[in-house]
Design a protein around this ligand. Structure first.
Ligand code: CDT
Length: 318
Protein backbone atom coordinates (compact mmCIF):
# COMPACT_ATOMS: atom_id res chain seq x y z
CA UNK A 1 0.00 0.00 0.00
CA UNK A 2 1.50 3.38 -0.99
CA UNK A 3 2.47 5.71 1.82
CA UNK A 4 1.32 9.30 1.40
CA UNK A 5 1.85 12.19 3.82
CA UNK A 6 0.30 15.57 3.16
CA UNK A 7 2.76 18.11 4.52
CA UNK A 8 2.25 21.81 5.12
CA UNK A 9 5.18 24.22 5.14
CA UNK A 10 3.79 26.61 7.78
CA UNK A 11 5.85 29.70 7.10
CA UNK A 12 5.64 32.52 9.65
CA UNK A 13 6.02 36.18 8.95
CA UNK A 14 8.04 38.28 11.40
CA UNK A 15 7.70 37.87 15.16
CA UNK A 16 8.68 41.11 16.84
CA UNK A 17 10.33 41.42 20.23
CA UNK A 18 7.17 42.82 21.79
CA UNK A 19 4.95 40.00 20.50
CA UNK A 20 3.84 37.63 23.22
CA UNK A 21 4.08 33.84 23.03
CA UNK A 22 0.28 33.74 23.19
CA UNK A 23 0.01 35.95 20.08
CA UNK A 24 2.49 33.76 18.21
CA UNK A 25 0.69 30.56 19.20
CA UNK A 26 -2.59 32.12 17.96
CA UNK A 27 -0.97 32.56 14.52
CA UNK A 28 0.39 29.03 14.58
CA UNK A 29 -3.03 27.65 15.50
CA UNK A 30 -4.56 29.54 12.56
CA UNK A 31 -2.05 27.82 10.27
CA UNK A 32 -2.78 24.44 11.87
CA UNK A 33 -6.52 24.88 11.31
CA UNK A 34 -5.92 25.91 7.71
CA UNK A 35 -3.62 22.90 7.24
CA UNK A 36 -6.29 20.63 8.68
CA UNK A 37 -8.92 22.04 6.31
CA UNK A 38 -6.55 21.29 3.41
CA UNK A 39 -6.03 17.69 4.52
CA UNK A 40 -2.55 17.98 6.02
CA UNK A 41 -1.11 15.24 8.23
CA UNK A 42 1.94 17.22 9.34
CA UNK A 43 2.90 20.91 9.50
CA UNK A 44 6.41 22.28 9.75
CA UNK A 45 7.05 25.55 11.60
CA UNK A 46 10.31 27.54 11.44
CA UNK A 47 13.39 27.64 13.66
CA UNK A 48 12.93 29.57 16.96
CA UNK A 49 9.27 29.83 16.04
CA UNK A 50 8.03 31.27 19.33
CA UNK A 51 10.06 34.49 19.47
CA UNK A 52 11.95 37.01 17.42
CA UNK A 53 15.38 35.81 16.21
CA UNK A 54 17.08 37.10 19.38
CA UNK A 55 20.72 36.21 18.47
CA UNK A 56 20.68 39.42 16.43
CA UNK A 57 21.24 41.35 19.68
CA UNK A 58 24.03 41.33 22.23
CA UNK A 59 22.64 41.04 25.75
CA UNK A 60 24.84 41.60 28.81
CA UNK A 61 22.53 39.90 31.29
CA UNK A 62 21.83 36.17 31.05
CA UNK A 63 18.29 36.76 32.33
CA UNK A 64 17.56 38.84 29.23
CA UNK A 65 18.70 35.93 27.06
CA UNK A 66 16.83 33.33 29.09
CA UNK A 67 13.57 35.21 28.55
CA UNK A 68 13.57 33.85 24.98
CA UNK A 69 13.96 30.23 26.12
CA UNK A 70 11.37 27.57 27.01
CA UNK A 71 12.09 25.77 30.29
CA UNK A 72 9.28 23.29 29.60
CA UNK A 73 7.77 21.81 26.47
CA UNK A 74 4.82 21.80 26.34
CA UNK A 75 4.67 24.95 28.45
CA UNK A 76 1.87 27.28 29.49
CA UNK A 77 1.58 28.89 26.04
CA UNK A 78 2.59 25.98 23.81
CA UNK A 79 0.19 23.47 25.39
CA UNK A 80 -2.46 24.73 22.95
CA UNK A 81 -0.39 23.48 20.01
CA UNK A 82 -0.32 19.98 21.47
CA UNK A 83 -4.08 20.08 22.14
CA UNK A 84 -4.66 21.17 18.53
CA UNK A 85 -2.47 18.29 17.29
CA UNK A 86 -4.71 15.85 19.18
CA UNK A 87 -7.96 17.51 18.18
CA UNK A 88 -7.09 17.96 14.50
CA UNK A 89 -5.07 14.73 14.24
CA UNK A 90 -2.20 16.79 12.85
CA UNK A 91 1.49 16.34 13.62
CA UNK A 92 3.96 19.22 13.79
CA UNK A 93 7.64 20.19 13.81
CA UNK A 94 8.44 23.18 16.02
CA UNK A 95 11.71 25.03 16.52
CA UNK A 96 12.31 26.76 19.86
CA UNK A 97 15.04 27.80 22.29
CA UNK A 98 15.37 25.03 24.89
CA UNK A 99 16.57 25.67 28.45
CA UNK A 100 17.26 22.52 30.39
CA UNK A 101 18.89 22.00 33.78
CA UNK A 102 21.14 18.92 33.78
CA UNK A 103 23.25 17.92 36.76
CA UNK A 104 22.68 21.35 38.28
CA UNK A 105 23.87 23.15 35.12
CA UNK A 106 21.69 25.29 32.83
CA UNK A 107 22.06 24.25 29.21
CA UNK A 108 20.81 26.18 26.19
CA UNK A 109 20.04 24.57 22.86
CA UNK A 110 18.49 25.62 19.56
CA UNK A 111 16.02 22.74 19.37
CA UNK A 112 13.26 21.23 17.27
CA UNK A 113 10.69 18.62 18.19
CA UNK A 114 8.50 16.31 16.18
CA UNK A 115 5.01 15.86 17.62
CA UNK A 116 2.69 13.13 16.37
CA UNK A 117 -1.06 13.21 15.78
CA UNK A 118 -1.77 12.21 19.37
CA UNK A 119 0.16 15.22 20.65
CA UNK A 120 3.15 13.15 21.85
CA UNK A 121 6.74 14.29 21.29
CA UNK A 122 8.24 11.52 19.16
CA UNK A 123 11.53 13.16 18.22
CA UNK A 124 13.94 15.85 19.38
CA UNK A 125 16.92 17.44 17.60
CA UNK A 126 19.41 20.05 18.87
CA UNK A 127 21.09 22.24 16.26
CA UNK A 128 24.65 21.21 15.48
CA UNK A 129 25.91 23.81 12.99
CA UNK A 130 25.73 27.06 14.96
CA UNK A 131 26.64 29.95 12.65
CA UNK A 132 27.82 33.43 13.53
CA UNK A 133 30.10 34.45 16.37
CA UNK A 134 30.47 34.34 20.17
CA UNK A 135 31.67 37.88 20.91
CA UNK A 136 29.92 41.18 20.39
CA UNK A 137 30.91 42.59 16.98
CA UNK A 138 29.57 46.16 17.01
CA UNK A 139 30.68 46.82 13.40
CA UNK A 140 27.79 44.64 12.20
CA UNK A 141 24.42 46.21 11.47
CA UNK A 142 23.01 43.33 13.53
CA UNK A 143 24.61 40.47 15.45
CA UNK A 144 24.44 36.73 14.84
CA UNK A 145 25.33 35.42 18.33
CA UNK A 146 24.25 31.80 18.07
CA UNK A 147 27.73 30.66 19.10
CA UNK A 148 27.31 32.72 22.30
CA UNK A 149 23.79 31.78 23.31
CA UNK A 150 23.60 28.09 22.39
CA UNK A 151 25.63 24.97 23.05
CA UNK A 152 26.26 22.71 20.11
CA UNK A 153 23.58 20.03 19.90
CA UNK A 154 24.42 16.73 21.56
CA UNK A 155 21.90 14.40 19.97
CA UNK A 156 23.52 13.81 16.57
CA UNK A 157 21.16 13.62 13.57
CA UNK A 158 18.64 10.98 14.65
CA UNK A 159 15.96 9.56 12.37
CA UNK A 160 12.57 8.69 13.83
CA UNK A 161 9.97 6.18 12.73
CA UNK A 162 6.58 7.91 12.94
CA UNK A 163 3.11 7.63 11.43
CA UNK A 164 1.50 10.74 10.00
CA UNK A 165 -0.17 9.81 6.73
CA UNK A 166 -1.73 6.77 5.10
CA UNK A 167 -0.18 3.41 4.33
CA UNK A 168 2.25 2.98 7.22
CA UNK A 169 5.00 4.77 9.10
CA UNK A 170 7.78 6.82 7.54
CA UNK A 171 11.33 7.77 8.53
CA UNK A 172 11.72 11.41 9.58
CA UNK A 173 14.77 13.51 10.36
CA UNK A 174 15.20 17.09 11.49
CA UNK A 175 17.72 19.85 10.94
CA UNK A 176 17.77 23.55 11.79
CA UNK A 177 18.64 26.44 9.50
CA UNK A 178 22.41 26.54 8.94
CA UNK A 179 22.50 22.72 9.08
CA UNK A 180 20.81 22.72 5.68
CA UNK A 181 23.91 24.17 4.02
CA UNK A 182 26.08 21.17 5.02
CA UNK A 183 25.95 17.96 2.96
CA UNK A 184 26.94 15.94 6.04
CA UNK A 185 23.60 16.80 7.66
CA UNK A 186 21.60 15.03 4.97
CA UNK A 187 24.08 12.20 4.47
CA UNK A 188 24.12 11.17 8.14
CA UNK A 189 20.33 10.94 7.96
CA UNK A 190 20.49 9.37 4.50
CA UNK A 191 22.58 6.60 6.03
CA UNK A 192 19.62 5.95 8.34
CA UNK A 193 17.33 5.67 5.30
CA UNK A 194 15.54 8.94 6.04
CA UNK A 195 12.49 9.63 3.88
CA UNK A 196 11.63 13.19 4.92
CA UNK A 197 13.90 15.86 6.42
CA UNK A 198 12.15 18.76 8.18
CA UNK A 199 14.05 22.05 8.44
CA UNK A 200 13.04 25.37 10.00
CA UNK A 201 15.13 28.48 9.37
CA UNK A 202 15.71 32.20 10.02
CA UNK A 203 17.97 33.53 7.28
CA UNK A 204 18.74 37.25 7.14
CA UNK A 205 18.93 38.54 3.58
CA UNK A 206 22.08 40.47 4.51
CA UNK A 207 25.15 38.57 5.67
CA UNK A 208 27.47 41.20 7.21
CA UNK A 209 30.78 39.34 6.60
CA UNK A 210 29.85 38.57 2.96
CA UNK A 211 27.35 41.13 1.58
CA UNK A 212 28.25 39.96 -1.94
CA UNK A 213 26.19 36.82 -1.21
CA UNK A 214 23.01 38.73 -0.33
CA UNK A 215 21.53 38.64 -3.85
CA UNK A 216 22.05 34.86 -3.94
CA UNK A 217 20.09 34.07 -0.76
CA UNK A 218 17.18 32.33 -2.49
CA UNK A 219 19.43 30.53 -4.95
CA UNK A 220 21.57 29.12 -2.12
CA UNK A 221 18.49 28.21 -0.09
CA UNK A 222 17.08 26.15 -2.96
CA UNK A 223 20.45 24.80 -4.08
CA UNK A 224 21.31 23.14 -0.78
CA UNK A 225 17.90 21.64 -0.07
CA UNK A 226 17.41 20.38 -3.63
CA UNK A 227 20.87 18.80 -3.61
CA UNK A 228 20.30 17.28 -0.15
CA UNK A 229 17.02 15.77 -1.29
CA UNK A 230 18.29 14.29 -4.57
CA UNK A 231 21.63 13.00 -3.26
CA UNK A 232 19.91 11.12 -0.46
CA UNK A 233 16.63 10.21 -2.14
CA UNK A 234 14.53 12.00 0.46
CA UNK A 235 11.81 14.60 0.74
CA UNK A 236 12.99 17.90 2.24
CA UNK A 237 10.68 20.50 3.75
CA UNK A 238 12.31 23.88 4.45
CA UNK A 239 10.32 26.54 6.31
CA UNK A 240 11.20 30.17 6.98
CA UNK A 241 10.46 32.76 9.57
CA UNK A 242 10.38 35.53 7.01
CA UNK A 243 9.92 39.22 6.43
CA UNK A 244 11.20 42.32 8.17
CA UNK A 245 11.61 41.28 11.80
CA UNK A 246 12.61 44.01 14.23
CA UNK A 247 14.21 45.91 11.34
CA UNK A 248 16.09 42.96 9.78
CA UNK A 249 14.88 41.40 6.50
CA UNK A 250 14.73 37.61 6.46
CA UNK A 251 14.13 35.44 3.40
CA UNK A 252 10.92 33.48 2.85
CA UNK A 253 11.26 30.95 0.00
CA UNK A 254 9.84 28.06 2.06
CA UNK A 255 9.84 24.98 -0.17
CA UNK A 256 8.90 21.32 -0.32
CA UNK A 257 11.42 19.32 -2.36
CA UNK A 258 10.79 15.86 -3.82
CA UNK A 259 13.43 13.09 -3.78
CA UNK A 260 14.07 13.96 -7.44
CA UNK A 261 15.36 17.33 -6.25
CA UNK A 262 12.38 19.14 -7.79
CA UNK A 263 10.53 21.84 -5.84
CA UNK A 264 6.89 20.74 -5.71
CA UNK A 265 5.44 23.52 -3.51
CA UNK A 266 6.62 26.93 -2.39
CA UNK A 267 5.48 29.97 -0.42
CA UNK A 268 5.33 33.16 -2.41
CA UNK A 269 5.08 35.78 0.35
CA UNK A 270 7.14 36.69 3.41
CA UNK A 271 4.17 36.46 5.77
CA UNK A 272 2.23 33.70 7.50
CA UNK A 273 1.54 31.28 4.64
CA UNK A 274 0.93 27.60 4.07
CA UNK A 275 2.40 25.71 1.10
CA UNK A 276 1.48 22.06 0.88
CA UNK A 277 2.19 18.89 -1.00
CA UNK A 278 0.90 15.34 -0.95
CA UNK A 279 4.17 13.41 -0.60
CA UNK A 280 4.57 9.80 -1.69
CA UNK A 281 7.20 8.43 0.71
CA UNK A 282 7.86 5.57 -1.70
CA UNK A 283 9.06 8.01 -4.36
CA UNK A 284 12.30 7.81 -2.37
CA UNK A 285 12.78 4.21 -3.50
CA UNK A 286 13.86 4.70 -7.09
CA UNK A 287 16.66 7.03 -5.92
CA UNK A 288 17.70 4.97 -2.89
CA UNK A 289 17.71 1.77 -4.95
CA UNK A 290 19.55 2.98 -8.06
CA UNK A 291 21.90 5.97 -8.38
CA UNK A 292 22.08 6.46 -4.60
CA UNK A 293 22.08 2.85 -3.51
CA UNK A 294 24.56 3.54 -0.74
CA UNK A 295 25.34 -0.08 0.12
CA UNK A 296 26.26 -0.75 -3.49
CA UNK A 297 28.03 2.42 -4.57
CA UNK A 298 29.43 4.35 -1.59
CA UNK A 299 33.17 4.08 -0.90
CA UNK A 300 33.57 5.12 2.75
CA UNK A 301 37.28 4.19 2.87
CA UNK A 302 37.91 6.99 0.39
CA UNK A 303 36.01 9.50 2.53
CA UNK A 304 37.98 9.16 5.80
CA UNK A 305 39.22 12.74 5.64
CA UNK A 306 35.66 13.97 6.10
CA UNK A 307 35.65 12.85 9.73
CA UNK A 308 39.37 13.03 10.44
CA UNK A 309 39.95 16.63 9.33
CA UNK A 310 37.90 19.70 10.27
CA UNK A 311 39.37 22.62 8.29
CA UNK A 312 40.64 22.64 4.71
CA UNK A 313 44.40 22.18 4.28
CA UNK A 314 46.03 22.43 0.87
CA UNK A 315 48.33 19.56 -0.14
CA UNK A 316 52.03 20.07 0.66
CA UNK A 317 54.03 21.96 -2.00
CA UNK A 318 56.49 19.80 -3.88
N1 CDT B 1 19.65 30.81 11.80
C1 CDT B 1 20.67 30.50 10.98
O1 CDT B 1 21.32 29.47 11.15
N2 CDT B 1 20.93 31.39 10.00
C2 CDT B 1 22.04 31.25 9.12
C3 CDT B 1 22.57 32.56 8.72
C4 CDT B 1 24.00 32.40 8.49
S1 CDT B 1 24.72 33.74 7.78
C5 CDT B 1 25.18 32.98 6.30
C6 CDT B 1 21.72 30.47 7.84
O2 CDT B 1 22.53 29.62 7.48
O3 CDT B 1 20.73 30.74 7.19
Amino acid sequence: MPRFVTVGAAQLGPIHRDDTRAQVVDRQLALMHSAHRHGCDLVVFPELALTTFFPRWHFERQQDVDAFFEPTMPGPDTARLFEAARKLSLGFYLGYAELVVEEGRSRHFNTSILVDKSGAIVGKYRKIHLPGHAEHEPWRRFQHLEKRYFERGDLGFPVFRASFGEGGPGLYGMAICNDRRWPETYRVMGLQAVEMVLIGYNTPVHNPPAPEHDALSHFHNELVMQAGAYQNGTWVVGVAKAGCEDGVDQIGNSIIVAPSGEIVAACSTTGDELALARCDLDLTRSFKNTTFNFARHREPDAYRMIVERKGAEPPPER
